[in-house]
Design a protein. Structure first.
Length: 556
């Protein structure tokens, strides 16, 4: 790989994210946000973009979640081995409460022109290991401490490493304290807060991933003050940035020159949620993408490009998945029967159980094995509702042991097998709550056909009966949740039983054509490469050009 740390004319960007999903062996991610960041830096690497990624070394990762003999999920944590990371020899200091916290800076070395630096308060002998122990673990204090380390520590790491960047990208609100550090630096040079804020905005872009206002992180000012998150700013100044209580998303927006949502639909939702607030910049959308090298079977790619036998390769992937299910669960699913996949965070709006809601309809298909489903999921360790959702899916596995499977401890390795080996990828969240949803893109690239509601990325690619199937669009987003559920359930049964299943069993030729069209629809449009180029072309370059123009104006 080219060692191109700078390319004349191309902006050099520091990318901040709380989690990175690079590989199952590097468990510093929890789900979609981390996988997206991991796919992003892989694509940036392959496109030779100059990018510096900043994250946290989560010594115990997220959670390993298994199912006990009563069918309940339980969490285990352990210290992972990160001895393959490279010690930069650099440390940075931040203040949390009244403590001075020292963080080591590690280099996750195999990302070439896109170095990933991980901040770590958990090295041997550190009294502050709790701050970077478990991703999204602990309570509010742990979260704020980690956000201070990511944001403020991240900027200090860039300075200590002597890395000059043209722009800062805050990927989700966790990173916004980086903005207070950029402001503090300028105030230390003698500028007023207002001037420092204005100047900071000229170099920051912000991406928000949350589609519902309640899902956005908010902290009281008292605890921010106790934790020392003000970073030298005053209450009034912090309130101007994030309001009172302090919203990480609002602060992200007000610290940025431009901001984006992660699908076209989500961009509009973000505009509706925040656009009316004072000090909010232009909000548009850059649709997420996934890294084909990670998610697409190379044999599928080749068969697509050479008009080879997609079906044979698909069946090989399906057999590999069934073998994995047999090895781990002792269940032999049928190769010739339709296989649905559903792997998502355990959140009630995702409605993993929708397909079971009228057993009179679906029971005959599950009992005879005409339809088979593999689920996989993790719930946040403190999320009892999420754990109930998982326990409920496990109950259906017990009820239909030969056609319903729940794979515990969902991670990238399991995701990889599922998005290659299932026939159909099922996605039926309530609307409009999915910002983007990326697993369906991974499936589409492998010729695994999406059966999905029209939410997130789906509206930009999936066409009913052509490269996947869409549930009927119901009367409106304002429909009450319970009514949506009934509507979508009937729609799901009708399309599954009258369209998907007959095509699968009676019209293989059309099925394979749909696979072909699904790969064609997704391989560029929903690739992380397309996404990365858009961030450079639509956000990083304009922000740097704008700054140059302003500079020019002051000179003239
Ligand atoms: C792709 C992926 C996700 C995100 O998928 P969604 O469709 O956004 O829910 C989460 N976890 C893992 C392990 C993944 O591979």
């Amino acid at each position: 790989m080219a060692e191109c740390y700078t390319i004349p004319g191309i902006s050099r960007v520091a990318y901040f994210c709380m989690e990175y999903g690079l590989a199952a062996e590097m468990p510093i991610y929890s789900g979609g946000l981390g996988i997206l960041a991991g796919d992003y830096i892989k694509a940036a690497k392959e496109l030779s973009r100059p990018l510096v990624a900043i994250g946290i070394l989560w010594r115990q990762g997220y959670t390993e979640q298994h199912i006990d003999e009563n069918g309940q999920p339980y969490d285990t944590f352990r210290d992972y081995d990160f001895s393959h990371l490279q010690d930069t020899g650099i440390t940075v200091k931040v203040h949390v409460r009244s403590d001075e916290v020292t963080c080591k800076v590690w280099l996750c070395e195999n990302y070439g022109n896109v170095p990933l630096y991980l901040l770590d308060a958990g090295f041997p002998g550190s009294p502050h290991a709790w701050m970077t122990k478990q991703l999204y673990g602990g309570g509010r204090e742990e979260r704020i401490a980690a956000e201070i380390i990511l944001g403020i520590g991240g900027i200090r790491a860039l300075r200590a490493l002597n890395l000059d960047v043209d722009a800062y990208h805050f990927n989700e609100g966790h990173a916004v304290f980086a903005g207070t550090e950029l402001i503090r630096e300028k105030m230390a040079e003698g500028h007023s807060f207002e001037h420092a804020w204005l100047e900071t905005r000229q170099s920051v872009v912000f991406t928000t991933h949350t589609p519902v206002a309640a899902g956005n992180e908010v902290h009281g000012h008292d605890i921010l003050q106790q934790m020392n998150a003000y970073n030298g700013l005053t209450y009034d100044q912090m309130r101007e940035l994030g309001g009172d209580p302090f919203s990480m998303t609002v602060a992200g927006l007000r610290l940025a020159y431009m901001a984006n949502g992660v699908s076209k639909l989500h961009g509009r939702t973000v505009q509706r949620m925040w656009g009316h607030l004072e000090g909010v910049p232009l909000i548009f959308s850059i649709t997420n993408g996934v890294h084909p090298g990670t998610w697409q079977d190379p044999r599928i790619k080749q068969a697509f490009e050479t008009r080879g036998d997609l079906w044979a390769i698909h069946m090989d992937n399906k057999r590999q998945l069934l073998q994995y299910v047999k090895d781990t669960m002792g269940v032999q699913l049928r190769e010739e029967s339709l296989l649905l996949g559903f792997a998502r965070r355990a959140a009630s709006y995702k409605r993993g159980d929708l397909i079971f809601r009228d057993l009179d309809i679906i029971d005959p298909y599950l009992a005879t094995g005409k339809i088979q489903i593999i689920f996989s999921s993790k719930a946040h360790p403190a999320d009892t509702m999420g754990k109930e959702i998982i326990a409920n899916l496990v109950k259906f596995q017990k009820k239909y042991p030969n056609s319903v499977v729940f794979l515990e401890n969902y991670n990238m390795e399991i995701a990889k097998k599922l998005v290659r080996g299932c026939d159909v990828w099922l996605n039926n969240p309530r609307r409009p709550q999915e910002a983007s949803g990326t697993s369906g893109m991974k499936a589409a690239m492998n010729g695994v056909l999406n059966l999905t509601v029209e939410d997130g990325w789906v509206g930009e690619g999936v066409q009913h009966g052509i490269n996947g199937w869409l549930l009927d669009f119901h009367p409106g987003e304002d429909t009450a949740p319970a009514d949506q559920d009934v509507w979508d359930m009937h729609s799901l049964y009708r399309i599954l039983l009258q369209e998907v299943l007959p095509t699968y069993s009676k019209n293989r030729k059309h099925w394979v054509e749909m696979m072909q069209l699904s790969i064609d629809m997704s391989r560029w449009q929903f690739s992380a490469h397309r996404m990365c180029r858009e961030y450079y072309d639509l956000m990083y370059t304009p922000i740097v050009n704008n700054r140059k123009n302003r500079l020019l104006q002051t000179v003239m």
